[in-house]
Unconditional design. Structure first.
Length: 150
């Protein structure tokens, strides 16, 4: 085949360090736009986003030229630097060290988009920790809870 053709759809989840509630409603739209811009600069596309004051979910179409670790770490690093310039209340902003990423099928995109759009309502009933463990178990990802929340 003369071309490299891929469809890599990812549901990515990460939180603020110690799940601090630093993503305010005022900064949230700009943060997601910034994350989308960084993804675009890396030949990937942010299809949807959602979250609460202490974590984000991203639905990303991953570039064939970008390793997963770079696709997640670069937006985390750049957005952490950027958000600190948005006001003194963000001076201590940091993302957690790790992340979770799950591959999804094209047929799942509408459901994932709908799920991300309702994160605030969803998390009125379920914690970030409960949700993440459900995703890890659903996708069969082995984990050590001693290191999951640092």
């Amino acid at each position: 085949m003369a071309q490299t053709l891929v469809s890599l759809l990812l549901h990515v989840i990460f939180s603020t360090k110690n799940r601090e509630g630093l993503i305010t409603p005022e900064i949230e739209p700009s943060l997601y736009a910034y994350l989308g811009g960084i993804s675009k600069n890396h030949e990937s596309k942010l299809l949807a986003s959602g979250g609460t004051s202490n974590y984000v979910h991203l639905l990303i179409s991953q570039s064939k030229n970008m390793a997963l670790s770079d696709l997640v770490e670069e937006p985390k690093k750049s957005s952490s630097v950027w958000i600190k310039t948005q006001g003194r209340e963000f001076a201590s902003f940091h993302w957690q060290d790790g992340y979770a990423a799950f591959s999804i099928e094209e047929s799942q995109v509408p459901a994932v988009k709908a799920y991300l759009a309702k994160q605030k309502e969803h998390h009125a009933r379920k914690t970030f920790q409960e949700e993440l463990i459900e995703f890890l178990e659903k996708y069969g990802v082995e984990y050590n809870e001693n290191y999951l929340w640092s």
